[in-house]
Design a protein around this ligand. Sequence first.
Ligand SMILES: Cc1ncc(COP(=O)(O)O)c(C=O)c1O
Length: 432
Amino acid sequence: MTLSTHLSAATARTSAPSISSLMKLALERPEIVSLAAGFVDQQSLPIATTAHAAAQILGDEPAGRSALQYGTTIGDEALRAILVERLEVQHGVPPGTYRQAVGRTVLTTGSAQLIYLVGEALLDPGDIVIVESPTYFVFLGPLETRGARAIRTPIDEHGLQIDALEATLGRLRDEGLLEKVKLIYTIPEHANPTGISLADDRRKPLVDLVRRWSEKAGRRIYLLEDSAYHGLSYDHKEGRSLWSLDPEGETVILARTFSKTFSPGMKLGYGVLPKALVDPILALKGNHDFGTSNFVQKLVRLVLAGGEYDRHVEHLRALYARKCDVFVEALERYFAPIRDRVSWTRPNGGLYVWMTLPEEVDAGFDGPLFARCLAEGVIYVPGEFAFAPEPTAAPRHHLRLSFGVPDEATLAEGARRLAEAVRATLRPAPDE
Ligand SMILES: Cc1ncc(COP(=O)(O)O)c(C=O)c1O
């Protein structure tokens, strides 16, 4: 007799990450140009720096033993202190200004774990998270697991629209749902999937708005600032973090990672948390893993302290700026005949371009464009995954294009193949 498995309600609600099949496809068919996965440039991964730091740790017996032992759940104190000092330098404040934040800084297994834990700490079924439209699609998975409702709020070329967020909150209040709103999730730097950054003059108003609505709700609404692409501004200008604009430190949760600026294989991220969330998140993290890889933390501490990290990031900025130029120029070239019907973002940092096609084009996995792209030998992430399911069905005419991995010649070829596929899929314009 075959007995059935009764999964938990949370597991039953959970679907597999939307792009797993794309990653498999790219591995199985190496001739395909993948503009899909958000991986980093393979050639630039810091092998020598990492080997040197690992040798330094393991060459010293006490340091080596300590690194190979379990650490603490919150993470290496010296590393946390360095991270907070770097926040002080970034924001041009005197040393020691953010000292209190060291005890509120938690090292995590990638920033993915941090944002997952935030969802786990805050959300019950039916709770509401407001996310940008579009947003980082992977975060929608944990929300689904929690049974939370993800509701979209619009962005424009300057990032999240403050007035529209106010309107979204007002609508939820009018529907009697304000008390369900627990979290607003934003990616203010070179966002995944659009490459767009939040304008400087929207940053303080955003933090103030969330604080004001917390008061209206009579309980805390948190603002989760996911700055996974922090450091990758091509022009060196990094915006002020929202976290630094929250003087009481009670509203903004800052999530950062070393994945994009050093190595995703290290899988080291961190969060700076409002006081009320530190113990709950540490309790949950303790149950997950009792602490992130101690060895990785010691290694990253060394490369930060020795200056190698900053030199590496400097190199990456130039590298991705060049790749972005090559890719966008190739898009301009190959899409020229249909330029009036297709648009895309021009990021000044990060790894993504967001393309918009005429509304009638279905860019989903089972739509005609994806099939045509497979025939041409190029893949992308269908933009529909990046839209939360509410308030209306996800639009299907966008594409996320990632230029981190392919070399310059392959990026140009990817743009050519994509343009061929789009041209073949588009209905002729009325006057053609
Ligand atoms: C916006 C955003 N947040 C978080 C992550 C998670 O990265 P990691 O867990 O490697 O730090 C990613 C990875 O692509 C991302 O794009």
